[in-house]
Design a protein around this ligand. Structure first.
Ligand code: HEM
Length: 395
């Protein structure tokens, strides 16, 4: 049994686990015991193993052993949404939503995402220093997902508080309060949209429920999932990604010289320091052997994507950001049937955010020592609380 590593830099801990205990039991804050999978090949296989279920009922005993609050929190977070179901329910839910996130639909959003990015950067361009999380990394994805879902962007400071709280470790009172506030807010919004539907994703979910393709609970559960998944993750792709580029300024200069490298750079940054570092959970529907370790039926399994993507067996020189890595089958968006639905959108937002910063603020630099930056305490996400940068002279 191992305890969790430091929030700021879990990678040396992962490196040790990959060699010493590639599938090991870890006690999380709040008392939940999980099996952590840290090697790339094991991770990839686990993500497509049908014996590893997404249904929290399968892990009910283990979850309840960590306390009633943990079981309840997991059940509330997963019940009725894509991330908490197996086929055939999962197939039905995913099909209903996938049309909104195809590559083509997402490409259609490109001008709007660029305009939002430009507007946010216009607002700070006279300043010497800004917190890039506040100025761009947070407001860009939340504005985009609010527009897609039909949620008033004016309320985004409230979501930021609620979703941040909802992702704290289980057992903290703020965690349950944040989840409740977010659910109540979206339930009220859905009620209002039932009377006045418009051309947005929540209205489309409501229409699907009117046809009987979706239950009322599933409308709410998937709206909550999209709102959280749609911004919490991309915020940290932008934050972690820009940090990695500014920490080693030669990377920033290389991208500035050759902006054609930006799409590949975003993939590499997702691999190097992805937002969903240690959050992809599964529940063992039967005893499952992984890397010689028997994971007993009912256990909680977490696939450490952040570790898999630093596995030297798969990625040469994994602790280095290589903007020209080429083949890059990282697992930052997961793998298999639950592969991130929003990946095309997240990629586009990441490419536009970084590409636009490079163009408009070519001399962007860190305004605080990297070692002094504070990482968020979160059950699910790896990301910064703030990223102070000096903007330099605008281009
Ligand atoms: C699933 C990562 C952005 C919506 C996932 C999974 C990962 C992930 C790892 C799989 C979880 C598992 O297998 O347990 C990320 C990252 C993002 C990002 C790193 C940004 C850089 C987005 C965005 C949206 C979104 C922008 C929506 C607009 C979803 C949904 C699922 C999902 C709905 C569940 C899919 C399913 O269960 O079939 N994401 N995501 N994600 N993501 Fe993302």
């Amino acid at each position: 049994m191992r305890d969790q590593p430091t929030v700021a830099d879990p990678y040396p801990w992962y490196a040790r686990l990959r060699t010493e205990a590639p599938v090991c039991r870890v006690r999380q804050e709040g008392g939940l015991e999980i099996y952590l999978v840290t090697r790339y090949e094991d991770a990839r296989r686990a993500l497509t193993d049908p014996r590893l279920s997404k249904n929290p009922e399968v892990g009910a005993e283990t979850l309840a052993a960590a306390g009633e609050h943990t079981y309840r929190a997991v059940a509330v977070a997963l019940a009725g949404n894509m991330l908490g179901t197996d086929p055939p329910e999962h197939t039905r839910l995913r099909r209903l939503l996938s049309a909104a996130f195809t590559q083509r639909r997402v490409e259609g959003l490109r001008p709007r995402v660029q305009a939002i990015t430009d507007g946010l950067l216009d607002a700070v361009s006279g300043r010497r220093e800004v917190d890039l999380m506040d100025a761009l990394a947070f407001p860009l994805p939340i504005t985009v997902i609010c527009e897609l879902l039909g949620v008033p962007a004016a309320d985004r400071d409230d979501f930021r508080r609620w979703t941040t709280a909802s992702l704290l470790p289980y057992g903290r009172p703020a965690q349950a309060d944040g989840t409740r506030a977010l659910n109540e807010y979206l339930a009220a919004l859905i009620k209002a949209k039932r009377d006045r539907p418009s051309d947005d994703l929540i209205s489309a979910l409501i229409t699907a429920s009117a046809d009987g393709r979706l239950s009322a609970d599933e409308v709410l559960a998937n709206a909550v999932l999209l709102l959280i998944a749609g911004h919490e993750t991309t915020v940290n792709l932008i934050g972690n990604g820009v940090l990695a580029l500014l920490r080693e300024p030669h990377l920033w200069r290389e991208l500035r010289r050759d902006p054609g490298l930006v799409p590949g750079a975003v993939e590499e940054l997702l691999r190097y320091d992805g937002p969903v570092e240690r959050a992809t959970s599964r529940f063992a529907a039967e005893d499952v052997e992984i890397a010689g370790v028997t994971v007993p039926k009912g256990s909680v399994v977490i696939v450490a994507l952040g570790s898999a993507d630093r596995d030297p067996e798969r990625f040469p020189d994994p602790d280095t950001v290589d903007l020209r890595r080429g083949e890059n089958p990282h697992l930052a968006f997961g793998h298999g049937i639950h592969y991130c639905l929003g990946a095309p959108l997240a990629r586009m937002e990441g490419q536009i955010a970084i590409g636009t910063l490079l163009r408009r603020f070519p001399d962007l630099a860190l305004a605080a020592p990297a070692g002094a930056l504070v990482w968020r305490e979160s059950r699910l996400m790896r990301g910064l609380t703030a990223l102070p940068v000096a903007l330099g002279a605008p281009a």
